[in-house]
Design a protein around this ligand. Structure first.
Ligand code: FAD
Ligand code: SF4
Ligand code: SF4
Length: 738
């Protein structure tokens, strides 16, 4: 049994790559942070590209104005790389009092590029804001043109390493590593890049002079015994360059196979290995580095001759500097965040209990608190309002009845939030895809999921505009509210098993059963076949609507990695429970009235399911974790309809197609995916992304800085059949498809 579950888990979820996301500071769209006056530009904002760094540096200065205060700088720029210097050129133009603090030498990251390194200036059609520009094709020309432009603008950085930034009242104090008086400024721009802290192996001998973490000129190592450690593109490119320069190369990687680097690099390394130019040591670790040799182990220890070691295992963002300066790191929770999360969860417990007719709702009703007293309040207004409120067929009378329960107010607030944050999303993302998708989500939420059950259907019924037979079939008579269960209209949009209440009824409601069958077994699978699961989750569903609007700025908070990919299976368990309940329900209908299933169904199965799944998992956890773990926690992990759609999506043609030549492995696509998908791992290999979790939000396509990704369809062999008509990538919109 366990074997079959493991095979099924692999088929559905764990077969897909599950890379994690590098920690970076929390930065808003305009570069501001939660510390007032402290801004971030350049690589630390997430995209390691020269043009993006120049652009973010220049734009960060656009809102700074001269204060005229001779004792305090208008602006202090920490870091004299491309983004810091772009900011400095702009600051000079705007007449600001500013200073650039550089820890090593201006443009040091570029000065350290390997000799004659080709420069790729993506995005091709982008012209960064500000006067500092890049045009060169090789490293040496790039350094020269940057130095020349900085000198022409009269920018002379002060060579001093900043230890931290501290806010005291309105003024920011910059403390230096070598002591000395702190510098005072009104605005600080942190532009220190990501090249600060190389990851360490943590083995004896790592501090020897022969250990490097970058390769400058491969020719310097001709004929030497070299060891390259790592399994990413940089490690493989270093090994290839050394082998071509006729060094003897050993490449040590702890993994079983290379999963992150580009296929061309893997192919080249394997070719060099087959020719004997590179000795590949997979699943090996460095134990010790000695002056003339290194010790590797993979089960047994192996000592090999060695002149030089390149540890190419990546770099960390300078997180300690950011922490010392009180900046928040994305995904890191401090005590304050845990307290806020706990309080918000408690609030959600109350909210969903109140909204779902629990003890909180009973307390409100018993005390006649708002909104239960709404009809009385309207009567007290007197005049025409009171008269209309007494007649359910008037608009005010219909609203008086609908709005006297918590669900009306909950849905009103929910819809308003979607409209307001949807509008913000349209303005923020600016692609035809996002505009059309968000407008659709807003319309679906406001019309069929709010106005229809609360106002339109009761009004039509009061005025005799709906056939009696239709009303009886869809909205059974009750003794409260409008006298009919108009809330069942949610079933037009929310399909089984997301909405179970039109199917788990004491007697079958055949029309709803028919609608549910058509939705769940015909329409949704058809839509998924062509457009993926996002056809529902990203374009129709109300949970998705909130996640794509209010949750648009929270998406990077979804955790990534193998553990979370396994947790995706929680939804399969909820789906299984829903199916078992459905079977019981059908058997109950087939047995004579009053059978044992009828007597236990409502109190035990339906009520438990409602409180555990709809109230606790969807409501309390789904929304309670919104601002700490993204808006798709319910959708990704627990929703039974999504779980069903994951199975269907395994047979879909939908894919995100990648032009791997343009991929710079920046990981932006993975980091913004609020379904936890490791998009980069498909993109940099040029493979179609077909992880069934995708909700087609388009964040990865829209955010990719080089326009690698596009929505489309593929056949069973992964061959492209067609591309989506709605443009979703601003870079491709500007540059056109390749
Ligand atoms: C090997 C390599 C190849 C690349 N190739 C390309 C390419 O072909 N095309 C492309 O578009 N992009 C490329 N990039 C990316 C590009 O170099 C970066 O996007 C760009 O340099 C980022 O600029 P930045 O100003 O944010 O950071 P950086 O250029 O890294 O500058 C940061 C500066 O801050 C200074 N600093 C750090 N800490 C402190 C401190 N505490 N106090 C004071 N100063 C400090 C550093 O000394 C440094 O000068 C490459 C990057 C690397 C590493
Ligand atoms: S596909 Fe992903 S990793 Fe590649 S460049 Fe685009 S955002 Fe970066
Ligand atoms: S469109 Fe991209 S970001 Fe959105 S869910 Fe799919 S893979 Fe993730």
């Amino acid at each position: 049994m366990l074997h079959w579950i493991a095979r099924y888990t692999r088929w559905l979820h764990t077969r897909w790559p599950a890379g994690t996301v590098e920690k970076l500071p929390e930065v808003r769209h305009d570069g501001s942070t939660h510390v007032p006056g402290v801004f971030i530009a350049g690589d630390l904002t997430g995209v390691p590209l020269l043009k993006i760094a120049l652009d973010s540096g220049a734009r960060a200065v656009s809102s700074v104005t001269p204060s005229g205060d001779p004792d305090v700088l208008d602006l202090a720029i920490v870091g004299g790389g491309v983004s810091g210097m772009a900011a400095a050129v702009e600051a000079k133009k705007r007449g600001l009092r500013f200073e650039v603090l550089e820890g090593a030498e201006p443009f040091v990251t570029i000065v350290n590029f390997p000799k004659q390194k080709p420069i790729y200036t993506y995005p091709r059609a982008m012209v960064p804001s500000g006067d500092l520009q890049v045009r060169a094709n090789v490293k040496e020309d790039l350094v020269a043109e940057l130095r020349e432009q900085a000198a022409r603008a009269g920018i002379r950085p002060r060579i001093e390493r900043v230890e931290r930034v501290e806010r005291q009242g309105e003024i920011l104090h910059l403390h230096f590593e070598n002591g000395g008086l702190p510098l005072r400024a009104r605005r600080v721009l942190i532009a220190i890049g990501r090249s600060g802290e190389y990851r360490m192996l943590g083995v004896p001998g790592e501090d020897l002079d022969k250990v490097y973490n970058r390769l400058h000129d491969p020719a310097d190592f001709e004929g030497m015994d070299t060891l390259v450690v790592g399994g990413g593109d940089t490690a493989l490119e270093t090994a290839i360059a050394l082998a071509r320069a006729r060094a003897r190369v050993t490449l040590s990687y702890r993994g079983k196979e290379f999963s992150r680097p580009k296929p061309e690099n893997v192919a080249q390394v394997q070719r060099l290995a087959s020719e004997g130019a590179v000795s590949l040591r997979m699943e090996s670790r460095v134990r010790e580095i000695r002056p003339r040799e290194v010790v590797l182990s993979n089960g047994h220890e192996d000592t090999i001759p060695n002149d030089v070691v390149f540890t190419m295992i990546g770099r960390e963002a300078p997180l300690d500097f950011l922490r010392r300066s009180g900046l928040r790191i994305s995904g890191e929770m401090r005590a304050r965040q845990w307290v806020a999360l706990s309080l918000f969860l408690l609030f959600c417990c109350w909210l969903y209990n109140w909204k779902s007719g629990g003890a909180a709702s009973a307390l409100w009703a018993a005390n006649h608190w708002f909104p239960f007293n709404l009809p009385d309040l309207l009567h007290r207004v007197g005049g025409a309002v009171a008269a209309d409120a007494r007649r359910p067929s008037t608009l005010i009378g219909t609203i008086a009845i609908s709005a006297s329960g918590p669900a009306f107010w909950y849905t009103l607030v929910y819809s308003t939030v979607i409209v307001i944050f949807g509008w913000k999303r349209i303005r923020r993302r600016r692609t035809p895809y996002v505009t059309t998708q968000t407008l659709t989500l807003m319309l679906v939420q406001v019309i069929p999921l709010f106005l229809l059950p609360e106002i339109i259907l009761p009004q039509l019924a009061y005025h005799g505009l709906l056939p009696r037979g239709l009303l009886d079939a869809l909205f059974p008579v009750v003794t409260y509210g409008h006298g009919r269960e108009f809330w069942r209209a949610y079933g037009f949009i929310l399909a089984w098993p997301l909405n179970v209440y039109n199917v788990f009824t004491p007697h079958p409601l055949w029309w709803w059963i028919g609608i549910s069958v058509v939705q769940t077994l015909v329409l949704i699978p058809l839509g998924i076949y062509f457009f993926g699961k996002g056809v529902y989750c990203g374009w129709i569903c109300s949970c998705g609507a909130l996640a794509e609007t209010l949750g648009d700025t929270q998406r990077h908070k979804m955790p990534h990695g193998p553990f979370w990919n396994r947790l995706n299976m929680a939804g399969q368990a909820v789906l299984l429970i829903a199916v078992l309940i459905l079977i019981l329900r059908i058997v109950g209908w087939m047995l004579p009235d009053g059978n044992w299933i009828d007597s236990v169904f409502d109190p035990v199965f339906k009520e438990h399911y409602k409180w555990w799944v709809d109230v606790f998992l969807a409501g309390v956890l789904g929304y309670g974790l919104y601002f700490w773990f993204s808006g798709r926690v319910w959708c990704r992990f627990f929703c039974p309809l999504a779980a069903y759609m994951h199975i269907v999506a395994r047979f879909s043609r939908f894919a995100i197609l990648a032009d791997k030549k343009k991929c710079i492995s920046c990981n932006v696509c993975t980091s913004v995916c609020h379904q936890g998908i490791d998009v980069m791992n498909f993109a940099n290999k040029g493979k179609p992304m077909q992880d069934p979790e995708c909700v087609r939000c388009s964040a990865c396509v829209q955010m990719c800085p080089t326009g690698v990704l596009q929505f489309g369809q593929v056949d069973r062999k992964g061959k492209t059949l067609k591309l989506d008509l709605l443009p979703a990538s601003p870079v491709i919109m500007r540059e056109g498809p390749v």
